[in-house]
Design a protein around this ligand. Sequence first.
Ligand code: PLP
Length: 408
Amino acid sequence: MSPRSRAALLSDPATIRRQFPLLARTRLHYLDSAATAQMPEVVIAALQNFGTTLRANVYGGVYKLAREALAEYEAARADVARFLGAASPQEVVFTYGTTSALNLLAHSFGERLREGDEIVLSILEHHSNTLPWRALARRRGAEIRVLPMTPEGRLDLASLKDVVTAKCRIIALTHCSNVTGALTNVAEIVGSARAVGAAVVLDGAQRAPHGPLDLQELGIDFYAFSGHKTFGPTGIGVLWGRGDRLADMPPFMVGGQMIRRVTPETAEFADPPRRFEAGTPPIGAAIGLGAAIRWMEGLDWGAVANHERRLTGRLLEALAGLKRVRVIGPVTTEQRRGVVSFTVSGMGSEQVCRRLDAYGLALRHGHHCAQPLMLTLGIEGAARASIAPYTTEDDIDQLVAGLAEIAR
Ligand code: PLP
């Protein structure tokens, strides 16, 4: 999948870390990559280069600068397509993030739903993969059915047979929970969906930052992720859809850039992906995302996954030894990513993270946009540490030391 030979792939965590100017300049223990990852030098350079040598609008300009900007924008689309294992770049729609991708989908693909149709979500979902579907259900008179979780904080796939009925049209689930870090077994979901003719949507916001995918192989219909979590800029995201699905969908937003022909009375729309990219797109951010994808393709993901797993194991083991600390989610490194949420008894998550901030530790607190999950767990929120390729053992050890101090 990667254009580079294996030997040239980057595997050394210290070398990887040095490519991140913000991390190199500060002594910060940045453990919030699940919210927003840092950008490597090559992405920052691509953004700078857009501003200094490429900035022009895409489509409709025949002059050289406009042609170059368009070529780079479309090259970024091809980068994303390769990373996702898409059949064609035309299956890649640029959006503003995961949230805008899922809203687009609910407003476009979702408008076909009829009264009584069902949408399956899970209790683990981020609000971005809940609220657009709930709003759609209200508009179309559809029903929402919710897949529960196991005590370990995974999707309870054994319940699929009860939750997915013949009326199910859409199954929209997380590929990796932003709270528990649990990875989803997609094959079982695809099997249930196919049996009833439902489409499978995966929220890949927390999985895409962990290396290339093969979405065709997964057999799903739609995938969404955000650029700022995959080492790219903010303001850019992706909706991938199978070509036949996208071809059949009406636009969500209408306006410039997405039409074939408009008369005083009628409008014909362009083919995907342009049909779904109304208005001037985030051109520079898309080009920056292309650079981030190529940077990710330059990593040895086997080595990076081992590094992340080792750090996740180190953290989980240390947390298990702290009396007042409780991990929310799987307590081993099996089938999970390095997104580790925890509570400290007798202390709110905001207080925990404020105290950790004093030690130079950057963690997220609160409900993590998963309030239904927090209500189910009976907690107000949790502190969350997330691990990236540039995270070091020292980051983890300082977190454990800080926690031991404040939980004393
Ligand atoms: N889905 C999941 C699982 C997430 O973790 C996030 C962001 O935290 C989102 C969706 C929303 O992403 P964005 O804010 O980039 O649209």
